[in-house]
Design a protein around this ligand. Structure first.
Ligand SMILES: Cc1cc2nc3c(=O)[nH]c(=O)nc-3n(C[C@H](O)[C@H](O)[C@H](O)COP(=O)(O)OP(=O)(O)OC[C@H]3O[C@@H](n4cnc5c(N)ncnc54)[C@H](O)[C@@H]3O)c2cc1C
Length: 504
């Protein structure tokens, strides 16, 4: 049978470029960014290698105790998704193993040694830690003659195939991606059903309840949101609901008082519980229910903008994607520096911002949506970050605080799209110079008065007030009120649970 995964998606991280074909030792997939069984090129690549040599597949996941400010909200979502994944992997005859520790390369290497894995496939991350961890694993593995490679399972067009340099913006990346869609934007094969089962040294059972209890306790300052059901099954239900019922509204995506127009998919995309390529394929099939224009706009965000964010984080100067220095172009840094001494109309502390205690009712609503709902409407995100630039001491502080707030409260935080969103708003990344003004210099400005002409601010505020009330009550009772969902969409929760339970 022909390999399922194109070699163009894969590149070696060790110098022994060809995977070792000798052993019947397991092929290990170190799963990190792409936490799913379905539609996962990295897992398919591991299956290709395993089938070539009649070897089993072991999926290893390393659990950190802390990661970029993630709390119970994010760890809970991830662990519950992984618990479902373990059952799904088992059904596909792949074995799931958990390792622990804040130096993932060492933990993964120790497991690989224990089970005798000499071939390790990693998924790809453009973020600094992710790049370093994979390099560290390659160094450790090479010492024992093992082969490590990475497979971009997150992007439709692998990041390094799309471009080998920092792109100026969507207009330069769009065409490059489009040329490669015939090669990469294809239907996924199923996981092969003839994998050999693992029967090597015992792998410790994962104590899910204990892990969850510990993570929820440790991160209790930011509790889980109840509307976002973790896992692949729920992710697919959100996608199906969006393409069938809501994509037709997508042209209204910039109206925060009508949030059903958005897909709401970013939490599941961030944790890799669904593939963006799957979303693109299903959206295409739904043209007819939604207009071609709605599909085109959705595709632009889902693929072009999202993959542009990976390009930026991977190739920006020094990989400083969360600092002013990550902006390559001097016009933006120069203009911000030239206006660093401008008097700010208001100055707020981090605590005032966190508690939504500003003079601006729209900004406060957006911050409350983030804090209690775990996801802020996409349009408000831009306004919200720009006002942090306007109301803090310096652009450096604005960038730091916006990333802190986003990563602390957003389910989809700690993502390339988040770093780029903050960098676009505050440091002009992927943007151009605009009319010069106080504080912002030539960075694009957003005003309350012009925003209020674009959508009904009181309607948005009323919706957020209802959300906060529902969320506070859900935090206490564990109920799942639809009003607590910032996207106001609903999926068949009991159907999702039935499907997930059937796998377990
Ligand atoms: C200040 C700021 C912070 C942001 N923080 C994050 C973040 O932490 N995580 C995150 O995933 N996105 C972030 N974004 C980008 C964007 O706002 C969100 O992806 C979007 O709101 C997610 O909601 P959705 O899935 O319902 O969006 P939809 O409009 O339905 O979009 C579908 C998908 O397309 C992608 N997408 C949409 N807009 C963008 C964009 N502007 N840039 C890159 N990809 C995009 C996302 O993967 C999204 O899930 C941020 C933007 C700004 C301006």
């Amino acid at each position: 049978m022909a390999p399922a995964c194109s070699k163009k998606r894969v590149r070696a991280l060790t110098s022994n470029t060809e995977p070792m074909a000798s052993a019947t030792a397991p092929v290990m997939y170190w799963m990190s960014r792409d936490q799913r069984v379905d539609d996962n090129w990295a897992l398919l690549r591991a299956c290709d290698l395993a089938r070539e040599r009649g070897a089993p597949v072991v999926i290893a996941f390393n659990l950190l105790t802390k990661y970029l400010g993630a709390g119970a909200r994010q760890f809970g979502f991830m662990l519950r998704g992984l618990r479902e994944l373990e059952a799904k992997a088992r059904a596909a005859k792949a074995t799931f193993a958990m390792t622990y520790g804040d130096e993932p390369a060492a933990a993964i290497d120790a497991l690989a040694k224990k089970i005798g894995a000499k071939t390790i496939v990693c998924d790809f991350s453009p973020l600094r830690d992710g790049v370093r961890w994979r390099k560290d694993l390659a160094v450790l593995s090479e010492k024992r003659g093992a082969h490590v490679e990475e497979c971009d399972a997150h992007n439709v067009v692998p990041c390094w195939e799309a471009s080998d340099k920092l792109e100026v913006g969507a207009r330069t990346l769009r065409g490059r991606l489009a040329k490669r869609y015939p090669e990469f934007l294809k239907e996924f094969p199923a996981i092969p059903d003839d994998l050999v089962e693992y029967d090597g040294p015992a792998i410790d059972a994962v104590k899910w309840d204990d892990l969850l209890a510990e993570a929820l306790k440790r991160g209790e300052a930011v509790p889980e949101v109840t509307w976002a059901i973790p896992g692949e099954t729920a992710a697919r239900a959100v996608l199906d609901d969006f393409v069938a019922n809501r994509m037709k509204l997508y042209e209204k995506r910039n109206d925060p008082s009508k949030p059903r127009a958005l897909s709401g998919l970013s939490p599941w995309l961030h944790f890799g519980q669904i593939s963006a390529q799957r979303c693109a394929l299903e959206a295409k099939k739904a043209v007819g229910k939604a207009s071609p224009a709605a599909y085109d706009s959705f595709f632009e965000e889902l693929v072009v903008r999202r993959e542009l964010a990976d390009n930026f984080c991977y190739y920006c100067p020094g990989q400083k994607y969360d600092e002013m220095e990550g902006q390559k172009y001097d016009w933006a840094k120069d203009t911000l520096r030239a206006h660093a001494g401008d008097k700010r109309p208001y100055i707020y502390t981090l605590e005032q911002l966190e508690r939504a205690q500003t003079h601006d009712d729209l900004w406060n609503a957006a911050q409350r949506e983030l804090r209690y709902g775990g996801k802020m409407h996409g349009f408000c995100r831009m306004y919200w970050a720009k006002k942090i630039l306007e109301w803090t001491e310096s652009p450096e502080q604005a960038l730091k605080w916006s990333i802190y707030l986003n990563d602390t409260y957003s389910l989809d935080g700690r993502d390339p799209s988040g770093y780029v969103g903050c960098m676009w708003s505050i440091v002009g990344v992927h943007d151009q110079g605009w009319k010069e003004r106080e504080v912002f210099g030539k960075i694009r400005y957003m005003a309350y008065d012009s925003t209020k002409k674009k959508f009904n601010i009181p309607d948005y505020i009323a919706r957020v007030n209802a959300l906060v009330k529902a969320a506070k009550s859900d935090f206490k009772t564990g109920e799942k009120s639809s009003a607590a969902n910032p996207g106001l969409f609903s999926i068949d929760v009991s159907g999702v649970k039935r499907k997930a339970d059937a796998m377990a």
